[in-house]
Design a protein around this ligand. Structure first.
Ligand code: SMG
Ligand code: MG
Length: 366
């Protein structure tokens, strides 16, 4: 199964409402889709890099340039997903770009053999429980309305984005309004320093599942010190870019939970390694999100069905993000999303919708 060529397609996807985090506000997603073509099947991958390098150092124009200039030319001729990572390894970093390409090769290979991604990865569930990530708002009443809407829709866990000045008060208000049974967690996207430890310890009063990435991505030692000062478990997101990072963080005591995002770690094979390692060490993992369209979401839901994913993920329904998704929409049923069962990632873009949202397409022959 030789790779004939790769298409890089950019699509513009307006979000249903702006999503504010400690590093910025997103009102639309500029998404790079990768389509790998072979004589037997095509495969899709979604690059999760954002328009600007604010979440991490990657950004979508940079990912496209990496793919066209270095990564696609370095692909092995045969569409062997296990060979992609080693072939791309000499190029440092750029894990989101690598992940998109590896996923597209993997999807093509699985479609050709008729196996679903969930089955290939080792999924043990047919549906996964879903949480939702709620952005920073202008006021607490506005936040309470947003959370009430999501609780009403059936989300089984709420994650609040926090930053200095928007932390204890919103968490306290949500806890008081929705009660102690609501599964609640927070995500700081690296907005604090160790000097904020005593302030962050005030969150211990609210029975949070976890605090995600309170400190900078390269502050592993500081996270380990913070973990000893907080009752709330620390979960790492931005800090974990590989299975090696996860092993180091766990052995240092920098976190007791890991947010697994395949894009951030270079793909689904590395994401599965992190799952396996954490499971063997008794560390819970859950599947994060990067405002994916149905293409990326389908693959994330398959991953979230592995047995070590014991906490609800940021794998929300399509309508939480997009009025019209590029695939048939993922819909919440009783707080869960169904794991796709078709070959590969199990979904495909709807051609007319894809055409409407496409801003550019580029074919790179092999
Ligand atoms: O896909 O529901 C989603 C977004 C979940 O909060 C989310 N993602 O740090 O975990 C995180 C953020 C990163 C993206 S923010 C634009
Ligand atoms: Mg996060």
């Amino acid at each position: 199964m030789e790779i004939t060529g790769v298409e890089l397609r950019r699509i513009a996807m307006p979000l249903v409402s702006p999503f504010r985090t400690s590093f910025g506000t997103e009102s639309h997603r500029d998404v790079l889709l990768v389509r790998v073509v072979t004589p037997d099947a095509e495969g899709w991958g979604e690059c999760v890099a954002m328009a600007e390098p604010l979440y991490s150092s990657e950004y979508v124009d940079g990912a496209a340039e990496m793919l066209r200039r270095f990564l696609i030319p370095a692909l092995p001729a045969g569409a062997d997903p296990q060979a992609v990572g080693p072939a791309l390894a000499p190029f440092k970093g750029h894990r989101m770009a690598k992940a998109a390409l590896e996923t597209a090769v993997l999807d093509a290979r699985l479609r050709a053999s008729g196996e679903s991604l969930g089955r290939f990865l080792g999924a043990t569930r047919e549906r996964v429980p879903c949480g939702v990530s709620v952005g920073i708002m202008d006021s607490v009443p506005e936040l309470l309305d947003a959370v009430a809407g999501y609780v009403e829709e059936g989300y089984v866990r709420i994650k609040l984005k926090i930053e200095p000045g928007w932390d204890v008060a919103p968490v306290q208000a949500v806890r008081e309004r929705f009660g102690d049974d609501l599964l609640l967690q927070v995500d700081a996207n690296a907005a604090y320093t160790l000097a904020d430890a005593r302030h962050l310890a005030r969150l211990d009063a609210f029975g949070l599942l976890l605090i995600e990435q309170p400190l900078a991505n390269d502050d592993l030692v500081q996270h380990a010190r913070l973990a000893r000062m907080l009752g709330t478990p620390i979960c790492l997101d931005e800090s974990i870019e590989s299975a090696e990072h996860a092993a180091a963080a766990v052995s240092l005591g920098a976190c007791s939970i890991v947010n697994v995002k395949p894009g951030r770690v270079g793909g689904y094979l590395e994401a599965r390694r992190i799952h396996d390692l954490c499971r063997a060490s008794g560390v819970a993992v859950w599947c994060g999100g990067m405002l994916e369209t149905g293409i990326g979401r389908a693959a994330n839901v398959a991953l979230a069905a592995l047995p070590g994913f014991t906490l609800p993920g940021d794998t929300s329904a399509s309508r939480r993000y997009y009025a019209t998704d590029v695939t048939p929409p993922f819909e919440l049923a009783d707080g869960h999303l169904a794991v796709p069962t078709g070959p590969g990632i199990g979904v495909e873009p709807i051609p007319e919708i894809l055409r409407e949202v496409t801003t550019s397409a580029e074919w790179i022959a092999r």
